[in-house]
Design a protein around this ligand. Structure first.
Ligand SMILES: [Ca+2]
Length: 434
């Protein structure tokens, strides 16, 4: 499982978001260790703890009790709990590589995810209709969040929550934040919503279909299938309704769009504009901004006083968007504009709308997960040790791509873009001819 680390983890720690890190085309962060003592502790890590884990857990006991965990349960949940210091390394990891927005979007919103999302819309139509009626959030938006967060429940994390959050409560940055999540996990167990063997998540503690942090779970999870438990791990109905409840509480306005792609007049500056710099739609009309198909901005539920911000994630040359309050609600799910745009765009695609009209300003466009797997297969065939062919481009794949780019005379970006894919396909075609 891949995680986008520092950039978003830091944003996450702003705390209003549903969760702390993301399933993206992140790094391959498998860490090898030469330390036999560390490696005997379940997970490999070179991290040297600042104090003993049991004494830290003992010191947290009274705080946990003050936070509503019974003494008996605290002892039960921490009995035999082992630290996993690899999560501290995840917390501290700073990627050498910043991912361009077109790489995020092409991996998160590809044909595979659109098709699977459409199948999910059909399969869960009845419950999604009830969710939409109750919370006022369209089925496509709920399913888009689900698809981006956990690939529709396929990828929800492999870290035992108490272990990961216990370790983060004792070492590293933001211990007090993680302690809150550690105790929230215990309260979830104590209430009987979930069992310990169900509580696996990301290294930072986001878990289940919705990838909520435990405190978000306590605040916003709902029991929608009526069995008396809020279960975001094995109840799809609970998960979909909880996602809609999150968006509703984050300010979702029923019947309004998240935004749309626009065309701005030549020479108009996008400097200083953004999601937060909202202005009445009439202002943008006066500036000569149009929908990307040339039609007027004000249509349907929109009026001249509707607030909209102009968002140009790659500058005025790339796709430009007008975004409304509903974009902010999606952003609340995970504080990254590229991420929110992926969810927003996937929801459009699930409604049958097309891809963005304006190309991203790059001569090396992004690849789908299928194309990334193809690139990885080429690398494996060439003898590179890049791990599994999973469509997730990690550090090892990047290094291998960089080497191949160099020998092909391409710019060594390490990106799994269309250029290297094309070069690999051409090489294979040549080899077949020989
Ligand atoms: Ca339930």
């Amino acid at each position: 499982m891949q995680r986008l680390s520092y950039l978003f983890a830091a944003a996450v720690l702003g705390i209003t978001q549903a969760h702390a890190d993301l399933v993206i085309n992140g790094q391959n962060t498998a860490i090898t260790t030469a330390n036999p003592v560390a490696s005997s502790v379940k997970n490999n890590s070179n991290y040297t703890p600042s104090r003993s884990f049991p004494s830290c857990l003992a010191s947290l006991r009274s705080q946990a009790i003050a936070a509503g965990v019974s003494a008996a349960n605290y002892d039960l949940y921490t009995q035999n709990l082992q630290p996993d210091y690899s999560v501290i390394e995840k917390l501290n990891y700073q990627p050498e590589f910043s991912t361009p927005i077109w790489d995020y979007l092409s991996g998160l919103v590809d044909d595979e995810r659109v098709q699977k999302g459409q199948a999910m819309l059909q399969q869960h139509r009845e419950v999604l209709n009830r969710v939409a009626a109750r919370y006022g959030v369209p089925a496509e938006t709920v399913v888009a969040v689900w698809g981006v967060e956990s690939n529709f429940g396929d990828i929800s994390g492999k870290y035992p929550l108490l272990q990961a959050l216990g370790t983060l409560s004792c070492e590293g940055r933001r211990q007090s934040y993680f302690r809150g999540e550690f105790f929230a996990t215990m309260r979830i167990l104590q209430r009987g919503d979930l069992r310990m063997d169900q509580l696996y998540g990301s290294w930072a503690g986001a878990f289940g279909h919705t990838q909520f942090m435990p405190s978000t779970y306590e605040r916003l999870a709902v029991d929608f299938d009526g069995d008396g438990r809020r279960d975001l791990v094995s109840s799809t109905a609970d998960a979909l309704a909880s996602t809609a409840n999150f968006l509703s509480k984050a300010g979702w306005q029923t019947g309004m769009p998240w935004g749309f792609e626009v065309k701005i007049p030549a020479g108009m500056s996008t400097a200083g504009e953004g999601r937060r710099q909202k202005k009445p739609l009439s202002y943008w009309v006066n500036q000569g901004v149009k929908r990307v198909d040339g039609s007027p901005l004000m249509q349907g539920s929109l009026s001249s006083s509707t607030s909209a911000g102009l968002m140009a994630p790659s500058g005025a040359q790339g796709p430009v968007f007008l975004v409304f309050k509903n974009f902010d609600a999606i952003y609340g799910y995970n504080a990254a504009e590229s991420y929110a745009l992926a969810i927003a765009h996937l929801s459009d695609r699930l409604q049958g709308k097309g891809a963005f009209v304006t190309a991203w300003p790059t001569d090396d466009a992004g690849t789908s997960r299928a194309e990334r797997r193809e690139i990885q297969q080429f690398l494996l065939n060439k003898g590179y040790d890049i791990g599994a062919v999973d469509g997730l481009i990690g550090d090892k794949s990047r290094q291998a791509i960089r080497q191949e780019q160099q020998s092909l005379g391409l710019k060594p970006t390490g990106r799994a873009g269309q250029q290297i894919l094309k070069a690999f396909r051409e090489q294979t075609a040549k080899e077949m001819m020989q």
